[in-house]
Design a protein. Structure first.
Length: 288
């Protein structure tokens, strides 16, 4: 039986149904028996075969005691799982806006990122994250603690050694003061510690280089062993997942260009060390 269509929406739908079955401690067969169905019908819902109605999906979700927000989310996804590319507006009412990224990163074999203005989110220390979140208008005061916690947990999940992580950043991202000298010192030393992990590659685009291929903005590319790569772009108004391969190819070209022009890992570590030294000198001058 074919897997649910290989789209971001489809994977999120199928993974959610599987998670609900596990939470209810039910197999496909057990759920089917309780509903008076053939086991194949539950498998069809999990794997995305054509012909399963919204009514049948609602019956299964009811059996699994699906929370109302998750029920609505899966019902809305059900008939759109074949659609590639996904724009998720900030104003959509989805409380967990990082869910889709988190679930796809979990199964990715590699993550490649480019960050032009800030230290990349996967590499930020908690104090840096806190300042970035609090300055943004995307989250209310009540939402911010959960956003900060989710970002820290996301780092733990991605930087676990089971996937390669390659991050390109502009030098200016490291020189932008965020949270004061103590936060920046902690952040820069954290980058040095991460840079020696065998599965993490950090490379900087120096300011002296001038124009570069990443001027259109920051993004992440997720690669998989058996699925096409996807691109994630985060903006103030929406999260965007690109699956159209010609579009993804344009971002691959950007990464290739950055790879040709960025400092290698050793020179990147030296530049970070130089910035740390410069920050320390600056603090001493300011105190005097």
């Amino acid at each position: 039986m074919p897997l649910r269509r290989s789209t971001v929406r489809g994977r999120e739908f199928g993974d959610a149904i599987r998670a609900l079955l596990r939470a209810a401690d039910l197999t496909n067969r057990a759920a089917a028996e309780l509903l008076g169905w053939q086991e194949a019908k539950v498998s069809e819902l999990v794997n995305g075969k054509e012909g399963v109605s919204d009514v049948d999906l609602a019956k299964l979700l009811g059996l699994l005691r699906t929370p109302p927000t998750e029920f609505d989310h899966l019902m809305s996804l059900h008939n759109d799982t074949h659609i590639r590319d996904w724009l998720q507006p900030t104003s959509s009412g989805n409380a967990d806006r990082a869910r889709t990224l988190r679930e796809n990163e979990k199964i990715a074999s590699g993550v490649s990122g480019w960050s032009m203005n800030l230290v990349h989110g996967l590499l930020q220390v908690p104090a840096y994250i806190s300042h970035v979140v609090h300055v943004s208008s995307r989250w209310s005061a009540d939402e911010r603690p959960a956003v900060i916690s989710n970002r820290v947990e996301r780092q733990k999940a991605v930087l676990d050694g089971y996937r390669t992580v390659t991050i390109y950043m502009h030098e200016q991202a490291l020189r932008l003061p965020v949270g004061g000298p103590e936060v920046m010192a902690e952040q820069l030393h954290h980058l040095l510690r991460l840079s020696v992990r065998p599965y993490v590659t950090i490379r900087l685009i120096p300011t002296a280089l001038g124009l570069h291929a990443g001027l259109a903005g920051s993004f992440d590319m997720l690669s998989f062993k058996k699925l096409p790569s996807i691109v994630f772009v985060e903006s103030e108004g929406a999260n965007v997942f690109l699956e159209d391969q010609p579009s993804v190819g344009l971002y691959e070209d950007v990464l290739k260009s950055l790879g040709r022009t960025a400092l290698d890992e050793a020179r990147t570590r030296k530049l970070i060390t130089d910035i740390i030294g410069g920050e320390a000198c600056g603090d001493q001058v300011a105190e005097e």
